[in-house]
Design a protein around this ligand. Sequence first.
Ligand code: NI
Length: 168
Amino acid sequence: MAIRSIRLLGDPVLRTVADPVTSFDAALRGLVTDLLDTLRGVPGRAGVAAPQIGVGARVFAYEAGGERGHVVNPTIELSGDPRVDEEGCLSVPELSFPTPRASHATVRGFDQHGEPVTVAGSGFLARALQHETDHLDGRLYLDALLGETRRQALRAVRTAPWAAAAPR
Ligand code: NI
């Protein structure tokens, strides 16, 4: 049980496709606990994915829309018209940008014991589920930005105080 440090944009682990979990063992339960502990330490944040704490496994924890939990080996199904809303990421500190996302998402996967779980929601929860699932495929919300917003974001990222911490 531990609050783990968050990897920042520029760390290759954030751009690596995470591996499926194959053993629902003590190591996985430790990882889930660490994700939930780490998330608890950052109020106002919607989720944290394993690559963000340096672990290349398909697991994330979320706390959004009044729901809290974790999903192992998630698959995601999107529906509804795209909505644009402010989005940020622990790995891209102090910044947020209007980001288009599907208005509804359903995630299916497993809990830490290997039991099937389904999480479905709209609005903030749908956004969080898309954001965290993207992390497992090496994608960041910055990738979803378009046009002038994208240009602004890339400029802000280049000049961010934390940007020197790692090459991108
Ligand atoms: Ni994130």
